[in-house]
Write a protein that binds this ligand. Sequence first.
Ligand SMILES: Cc1ncc(COP(=O)(O)O)c(C=O)c1O
Length: 296
Amino acid sequence: MSMAKCVYLNGKLVAWEDAHLGIYDHGFLYGDGVFEGIRAYDGSIFRLTDHVRRLYRSALALAIGIPMDPEAFRAAIIETVRANELRSGYIRVSVSRGTGLGLDPEHIDKTPTIVISTEQLRLYPESMYENGLDVITASTRVPPAVCIDPQIKSLGRYINNILAKMEANRVGAGEALMLNMAGNVAEATGDNLFLVRSGKLITPPTSEGALVGITRDAVIALAEKMGLSVIERAVTLYDCYTSDEAFLTGTAAEVIPMVRLDNRTIGDGKPGPITHDIIAAFRRCTASEGEPAFDA
Ligand SMILES: Cc1ncc(COP(=O)(O)O)c(C=O)c1O
């Protein structure tokens, strides 16, 4: 059950109970679709334009033709948020290629299924932001960027992330880091990774298997404004274990410290000063920079 009253489904707002998809939807059959997770803070939608741009780029890369322009899509998201009176919470946007059995797109109805829904967020408890997360390295790898491009936020890519999250759950860890085929760290299951080393930030580039996270982008911009240099380079587990500080970034988790990894303590085992500054700056940013969804 959901708290939301209605769902945007293929151009219409329908009651939650009436929002149904066909059993041959290609998103369901093959993970053949793209999505976004977006957040509203106190009546404003954070980085809405960036999320819609990434959605359209993901769709373009998979040759899924979204039958409305980005401006109309933005309006549909805002309309759904208003209809559900979602002042703060999560917005899930899903687009699949169409409907029909068989993987050949020539033999399906290529009208994309478009769903926009809203939810309350299941957040990490505030104590985890204060004390930091205990993280493990998953044995499940991210697919090589040359096979499944991590820049495409596709539905199908997430099977490995789900398996990695289950590995974290099995040992009671808050998150799991995922390695690429070279054994470098790509990202966490639903978050990007940052290390702090000698006052500089380091984060894996997308060529290492990381999604180009919108929170990641926001943090890079904030860090640069704070005078910190940010280096995009391959990151090994050694780099993580021996970093001064580490944190994860994502729409749902925001900026969350990582203080233990695979039974090693990172830094002094507490969220470090730069992590604290980034968290504070990010919270100011989400509180002030969103796109108002409601009339003032
Ligand atoms: C695999 C993966 N990496 C990173 C992120 C963080 O990206 P963003 O900051 O755009 O939410 C997400 C979440 O959306 C994700 O699913």
